[in-house]
Design a protein around this ligand. Structure first.
Ligand code: NDP
Ligand code: 2IT
Length: 447
């Protein structure tokens, strides 16, 4: 069979085996479409059916999460953990709490995580989990009871050398704390079973900032290669959560200006530059909506609808909210407004049509599995510190993060060059990530 017919048949099998999981199909298709030359060069991958095995998770766990709300009502949610691939190390990846969570989203995220973790150069396999629980509007006590119930089941499946969850949408320091406490209580062990922990009890400095900082480090490297820098550039960011906030912080430090932020209701545009302290206070302390920003910042405007954020004229676009938030039309608008670069802080925020528009227009486009790998990279460093039972300084963790992001940029660029698609960082990231996993799977036999 030719490489292309292998790819086609693997994709058809994914469609028929995983009906209704649109996001998983989308993520798999994007990767498979870039692997033709890799299969041609490495017939051993075809002989060993590596692709068929690669798209099938090693294990999928789905469980009931019963909990009691403040009014005394019994509530039930659906929790899950997909342990996708352990060729390079224990399963590693975040947990997402959002009403939209279902198996198709957790599988797409787990699949991306396998390649992302490979790109970090650290010994981590890939996994992802989550729940259709909505933390918005819940009291701290409700969130705690939910997290305890979620961990009561999850704790049977994870462990510091088996599977190490972390945060994602709707899961931050508060939720990690409650889940860690419950794990410790049930298992009677204090281990680095979760990352993103509090600094006083095993967390790593820079983990909170890591995804946003890492995104800006890799974009800075890509801009440098084009003879540019963030200095003086206007940057549109979507989202106002963990990734968006710390991307903004690092851009400010590098002399760029962030002019937008959003949440699932709408976006703000502040031509003077976003007042980051005010957004941090709103989002991290008061847990309020981004709309409130405009009430206290007279130069800023608020508009309903989150995709409008891409109509604001900018030099660099950094989608940092959620999947498929930047489509072909938005990409066209950005290009016609003079946008020169886009990096995915979120996982798969750009639709396939959006990616095509950017690439055809020569916009520097860095896909999520490379651009947002800084978060899981510092999670890997947190695991290393936990194993050694010591804590690094901020400067050391930050320097390691920067070094990892620069190395990822080099590796995805050279993979693209080697496979005849220079400047195509989507192909470069998929190829560089895949080859390491495929070689490990070959070496480990039929597992
Ligand atoms: P947070 O929960 O901290 O923030 C999420 C932000 O995105 C909020 O502003 C939220 O708005 C917005 N958002 C979420 N869902 C939607 C939606 N359906 N439509 C529009 N806006 C939405 O999450 P993170 O910042 O941690 O994660 C953001 C993205 O980055 C995700 O794609 C995640 O997978 C990815 N990522 C995160 C990493 C991490 O270390 N945290 C690492 C790598 C990637 P609202 O409050 O209204 O819901
Ligand atoms: O998508 C991601 O890489 C994350 N949510 C972070 C995962 C982690 O294990 O730190």
């Amino acid at each position: 069979m030719s490489a292309n017919s292998v790819i086609q048949s693997v994709y058809e099998q994914v469609l028929s085996r995983n009906p209704g999981e649109a996001e998983f199909h989308q993520a798999v298709k994007e990767v498979l479409d870039t692997l033709g030359a890799v299969l041609e060069k490495n017939p051993q991958y075809v002989e060993a059916n590596i692709l068929e095995r690669f798209v099938e998770p090693e294990r999928q766990i789905i469980f009931r999460v019963p909990w009691q709300d403040d009014a005394g009502n019994y509530q039930v949610n659906r929790g899950m953990r997909v342990e996708f691939n352990s060729a390079l190390g224990p399963y590693k990846g975040g947990l997402r709490f959002h009403p939209s969570v279902y198996l198709g989203i957790v599988k797409f995220l787990g699949f991306e995580q396998v390649l992302k973790n490979s790109l970090t150069g650290l010994m981590m396999g890939g996994g992802k989990g989550g729940c259709d629980f909505d933390p918005k509007g819940k009291s701290d006590n409700e969130v705690m009871r939910f997290c305890q119930s979620f961990m009561t089941e999850l704790c049977r499946h994870i462990g510091p050398d088996t599977d190490i969850p972390a945060g994602d949408i709707g899961v931050g320091g508060r939720e990690i704390g409650y889940m860690f406490g419950q794990y410790k209580r049930i298992r009677n062990e204090f281990t680095g079973v979760l990352t993103g922990k509090g600094l006083e009890w095993g967390g790593s400095l820079v983990r909170t900032e890591a995804t946003g900082y890492g995104l800006v480090y890799i974009m800075d490297e890509a801009l440098k290669a084009a003879g540019k820098s963030f200095k003086g550039l206007n940057v549109a960011i979507s989202g106002s959560g963990n990734v968006a906030l710390f991307a903004c912080e690092k851009i400010n430090q590098l002399g760029g200006k962030v002019i937008t932020m959003s949440d699932s209701n709408g976006f703000i545009h502040d031509p003077n530059g976003i007042d980051l302290d005010a957004v941090k206070q709103l989002k991290l302390v008061e847990r309020k909506r981004i709309k409130e920003y405009a009430a206290t910042h007279k130069n800023a405007t608020y508009s309903d609808g989150c995709t409008g954020v891409w109509t604001v004229k900018c030099d660099v676009a950094l989608p940092c909210a959620t999947q498929n938030e930047l489509d072909g039309e938005s990409a066209k608008t950005l290009v016609s407004n003079g946008c020169i670069a886009s990096g995915e802080g979120a996982n798969m925020p750009t639709t396939p049509e959006g990616v095509e528009v950017f690439q055809k227009a020569g916009v520097i486009f860095i896909p999520g599995k490379a651009a947002n790998a800084g978060g899981v990279a510092v999670s890997g460093l947190e695991m290393a510190q936990n194993s050694q039972r010591l804590s690094w300084t901020f400067e050391k963790a930050d320097a390691e993060l920067k070094n990892i992001m620069v190395t990822i940029y080099k590796n995805i660029s050279s993979a693209a060059d080697e496979y005849g698609c220079a400047g195509d960082f989507v192909a470069g990231a998929n190829i560089a990530g895949f080859i390491k996993v495929a070689n490990a799977m070959l070496a480990q036999g039929l597992v």
